[in-house]
Design a protein around this ligand. Structure first.
Ligand code: SAM
Length: 195
Protein backbone atom coordinates (compact mmCIF):
# COMPACT_ATOMS: atom_id res chain seq x y z
CA UNK A 1 0.00 0.00 0.00
CA UNK A 2 1.17 3.51 -0.75
CA UNK A 3 -0.15 6.94 0.09
CA UNK A 4 -1.91 8.20 -3.06
CA UNK A 5 -2.50 11.66 -1.58
CA UNK A 6 1.22 12.17 -0.85
CA UNK A 7 2.08 10.78 -4.31
CA UNK A 8 -0.16 13.40 -5.95
CA UNK A 9 1.27 16.17 -3.73
CA UNK A 10 4.81 15.16 -4.77
CA UNK A 11 3.80 15.28 -8.44
CA UNK A 12 2.07 18.67 -8.07
CA UNK A 13 5.05 20.19 -6.21
CA UNK A 14 7.50 18.84 -8.79
CA UNK A 15 5.50 20.32 -11.68
CA UNK A 16 5.08 23.66 -9.89
CA UNK A 17 8.83 23.81 -9.27
CA UNK A 18 9.59 22.92 -12.92
CA UNK A 19 11.32 19.65 -12.01
CA UNK A 20 11.40 17.63 -15.27
CA UNK A 21 9.61 14.48 -14.08
CA UNK A 22 8.46 11.78 -16.51
CA UNK A 23 5.35 12.78 -18.43
CA UNK A 24 2.01 11.01 -18.08
CA UNK A 25 2.14 9.18 -21.44
CA UNK A 26 5.67 7.98 -20.65
CA UNK A 27 4.41 6.69 -17.31
CA UNK A 28 1.58 4.82 -19.06
CA UNK A 29 4.15 3.04 -21.29
CA UNK A 30 6.38 2.34 -18.29
CA UNK A 31 3.42 0.79 -16.46
CA UNK A 32 2.85 -1.56 -19.43
CA UNK A 33 6.54 -2.50 -19.42
CA UNK A 34 6.51 -3.17 -15.66
CA UNK A 35 3.43 -5.37 -16.04
CA UNK A 36 5.10 -7.42 -18.78
CA UNK A 37 8.64 -7.60 -17.40
CA UNK A 38 7.80 -8.05 -13.69
CA UNK A 39 11.23 -6.66 -12.69
CA UNK A 40 12.80 -7.70 -9.40
CA UNK A 41 15.23 -4.80 -9.44
CA UNK A 42 15.58 -1.51 -11.27
CA UNK A 43 18.49 0.92 -11.52
CA UNK A 44 17.56 4.54 -12.14
CA UNK A 45 20.00 7.30 -13.16
CA UNK A 46 18.45 10.68 -12.27
CA UNK A 47 16.17 10.58 -9.22
CA UNK A 48 15.25 14.29 -9.07
CA UNK A 49 12.68 14.42 -6.24
CA UNK A 50 11.76 10.73 -6.36
CA UNK A 51 8.69 10.82 -8.62
CA UNK A 52 9.67 8.17 -11.20
CA UNK A 53 11.33 6.01 -8.53
CA UNK A 54 8.03 6.07 -6.60
CA UNK A 55 6.19 5.13 -9.79
CA UNK A 56 8.48 2.11 -10.23
CA UNK A 57 7.82 1.10 -6.61
CA UNK A 58 4.05 1.61 -6.88
CA UNK A 59 3.55 -0.13 -10.22
CA UNK A 60 5.93 -3.08 -9.70
CA UNK A 61 7.32 -5.21 -6.87
CA UNK A 62 10.90 -4.22 -7.72
CA UNK A 63 13.67 -3.00 -5.47
CA UNK A 64 14.92 0.31 -6.86
CA UNK A 65 18.44 1.77 -6.71
CA UNK A 66 18.52 5.38 -7.87
CA UNK A 67 21.27 7.99 -8.26
CA UNK A 68 20.97 11.78 -7.91
CA UNK A 69 23.74 14.35 -8.31
CA UNK A 70 21.98 17.29 -6.67
CA UNK A 71 22.11 16.92 -2.91
CA UNK A 72 19.09 19.12 -2.21
CA UNK A 73 16.94 17.20 -4.68
CA UNK A 74 18.15 13.88 -3.29
CA UNK A 75 17.23 14.95 0.25
CA UNK A 76 13.78 15.97 -0.98
CA UNK A 77 13.48 12.60 -2.72
CA UNK A 78 14.34 10.78 0.52
CA UNK A 79 11.54 12.66 2.30
CA UNK A 80 9.09 12.19 -0.58
CA UNK A 81 9.49 8.42 -0.92
CA UNK A 82 9.07 8.16 2.83
CA UNK A 83 5.82 10.14 2.77
CA UNK A 84 4.54 8.09 -0.17
CA UNK A 85 5.28 4.94 1.83
CA UNK A 86 7.70 3.28 -0.61
CA UNK A 87 11.05 4.05 1.06
CA UNK A 88 11.57 0.39 2.01
CA UNK A 89 12.05 -0.48 -1.67
CA UNK A 90 14.00 2.58 -2.83
CA UNK A 91 17.68 3.17 -2.14
CA UNK A 92 18.85 6.69 -3.07
CA UNK A 93 22.55 7.23 -3.79
CA UNK A 94 23.78 10.83 -3.76
CA UNK A 95 26.56 11.72 -6.21
CA UNK A 96 27.57 11.78 -9.83
CA UNK A 97 26.37 8.66 -11.65
CA UNK A 98 29.51 8.83 -13.79
CA UNK A 99 31.51 8.03 -10.63
CA UNK A 100 28.95 5.82 -8.85
CA UNK A 101 28.00 3.50 -11.72
CA UNK A 102 31.47 1.88 -12.09
CA UNK A 103 31.31 0.94 -8.38
CA UNK A 104 28.02 -0.96 -8.78
CA UNK A 105 27.71 -4.68 -9.33
CA UNK A 106 24.77 -6.88 -9.85
CA UNK A 107 22.30 -7.60 -12.56
CA UNK A 108 19.35 -5.32 -13.01
CA UNK A 109 16.20 -6.29 -14.87
CA UNK A 110 15.69 -2.68 -15.99
CA UNK A 111 18.02 0.33 -16.17
CA UNK A 112 16.29 3.69 -16.54
CA UNK A 113 18.39 6.61 -17.83
CA UNK A 114 16.98 10.08 -17.10
CA UNK A 115 19.87 12.43 -16.26
CA UNK A 116 22.46 14.64 -18.02
CA UNK A 117 21.98 14.28 -21.78
CA UNK A 118 25.70 14.79 -22.45
CA UNK A 119 26.45 11.65 -20.41
CA UNK A 120 23.98 9.31 -22.12
CA UNK A 121 26.72 7.32 -23.91
CA UNK A 122 28.56 6.76 -20.61
CA UNK A 123 25.29 5.75 -18.94
CA UNK A 124 24.59 3.36 -21.82
CA UNK A 125 27.98 1.68 -21.50
CA UNK A 126 27.46 1.20 -17.75
CA UNK A 127 23.83 0.21 -18.30
CA UNK A 128 24.93 -2.55 -20.71
CA UNK A 129 27.35 -3.84 -18.08
CA UNK A 130 24.81 -3.72 -15.24
CA UNK A 131 21.67 -5.01 -16.98
CA UNK A 132 20.99 -8.75 -17.08
CA UNK A 133 20.92 -10.71 -20.33
CA UNK A 134 17.62 -9.94 -22.07
CA UNK A 135 17.00 -7.03 -19.71
CA UNK A 136 15.87 -3.55 -20.74
CA UNK A 137 17.54 -0.17 -20.85
CA UNK A 138 15.02 2.67 -21.00
CA UNK A 139 16.17 6.20 -21.81
CA UNK A 140 13.93 9.23 -21.46
CA UNK A 141 14.39 12.52 -23.31
CA UNK A 142 16.04 10.97 -26.38
CA UNK A 143 14.07 13.21 -28.76
CA UNK A 144 14.64 16.36 -26.66
CA UNK A 145 11.62 18.45 -27.71
CA UNK A 146 12.10 17.51 -31.36
CA UNK A 147 15.62 18.98 -31.58
CA UNK A 148 17.25 15.58 -32.14
CA UNK A 149 15.35 15.00 -35.40
CA UNK A 150 15.65 18.60 -36.58
CA UNK A 151 18.43 19.90 -38.90
CA UNK A 152 18.64 23.26 -37.20
CA UNK A 153 19.62 23.54 -33.55
CA UNK A 154 20.57 26.60 -31.56
CA UNK A 155 24.08 26.61 -30.12
CA UNK A 156 22.62 26.01 -26.64
CA UNK A 157 21.15 22.66 -27.64
CA UNK A 158 23.85 21.49 -30.04
CA UNK A 159 26.01 19.50 -27.61
CA UNK A 160 23.06 17.71 -26.04
CA UNK A 161 21.66 16.91 -29.49
CA UNK A 162 25.02 15.48 -30.64
CA UNK A 163 25.19 13.22 -27.57
CA UNK A 164 21.59 12.06 -27.94
CA UNK A 165 22.18 11.28 -31.64
CA UNK A 166 25.24 9.22 -30.64
CA UNK A 167 23.06 7.36 -28.13
CA UNK A 168 20.37 6.65 -30.74
CA UNK A 169 23.00 5.52 -33.28
CA UNK A 170 24.52 3.04 -30.82
CA UNK A 171 21.22 1.56 -29.63
CA UNK A 172 19.87 1.19 -33.16
CA UNK A 173 23.07 -0.09 -34.85
CA UNK A 174 24.66 -2.35 -32.23
CA UNK A 175 23.61 -5.93 -33.14
CA UNK A 176 23.30 -6.89 -29.46
CA UNK A 177 20.73 -4.14 -28.85
CA UNK A 178 17.16 -4.14 -30.13
CA UNK A 179 15.57 -0.72 -29.82
CA UNK A 180 12.23 0.94 -30.26
CA UNK A 181 12.07 4.74 -30.05
CA UNK A 182 8.70 6.13 -29.06
CA UNK A 183 7.61 9.71 -29.69
CA UNK A 184 5.89 10.00 -26.34
CA UNK A 185 6.68 12.48 -23.59
CA UNK A 186 10.12 13.80 -24.47
CA UNK A 187 11.04 10.63 -26.40
CA UNK A 188 11.51 7.20 -24.85
CA UNK A 189 14.07 4.66 -26.15
CA UNK A 190 13.35 1.06 -25.13
CA UNK A 191 16.35 -1.21 -25.67
CA UNK A 192 16.45 -4.99 -25.17
CA UNK A 193 20.00 -6.11 -24.40
CA UNK A 194 21.42 -9.47 -25.48
CA UNK A 195 24.69 -10.34 -23.78
N1 SAM B 1 13.60 10.59 -13.23
C1 SAM B 1 13.05 11.77 -12.58
C2 SAM B 1 11.55 11.67 -12.59
O1 SAM B 1 10.99 11.40 -13.68
O2 SAM B 1 10.93 11.86 -11.53
C3 SAM B 1 13.49 13.04 -13.28
C4 SAM B 1 14.97 13.17 -13.43
S1 SAM B 1 15.44 14.75 -14.06
C5 SAM B 1 14.98 14.68 -15.73
C6 SAM B 1 17.18 14.56 -14.19
C7 SAM B 1 17.92 14.51 -12.85
O3 SAM B 1 19.21 13.97 -13.10
C8 SAM B 1 18.16 15.88 -12.22
O4 SAM B 1 17.60 15.91 -10.91
C9 SAM B 1 19.67 16.03 -12.19
O5 SAM B 1 20.16 16.68 -11.02
C10 SAM B 1 20.13 14.58 -12.24
N2 SAM B 1 21.46 14.40 -12.82
C11 SAM B 1 22.02 15.08 -13.86
N3 SAM B 1 23.24 14.61 -14.11
C12 SAM B 1 23.48 13.62 -13.23
C13 SAM B 1 24.59 12.77 -12.99
N4 SAM B 1 25.69 12.85 -13.72
N5 SAM B 1 24.48 11.86 -11.99
C14 SAM B 1 23.35 11.75 -11.25
N6 SAM B 1 22.27 12.54 -11.44
C15 SAM B 1 22.35 13.46 -12.41
Amino acid sequence: MYNEKEFQIMKKNALENHIPIIMDDTLEKIKEILKEEKPKNILEIGTAVGYSASCFAIFSDAQIDTIELDEERAKEAIQNVDKVGVSNRISIMIGNAVDILPTLKGEYDIVFIDAAKSKYSIFLEEGKRLVKNNGLILADNVLYKGYVMSDYNKHKQRTAVRHLREYIKEVTENPYLKTEILDIGVGLAITRVTK
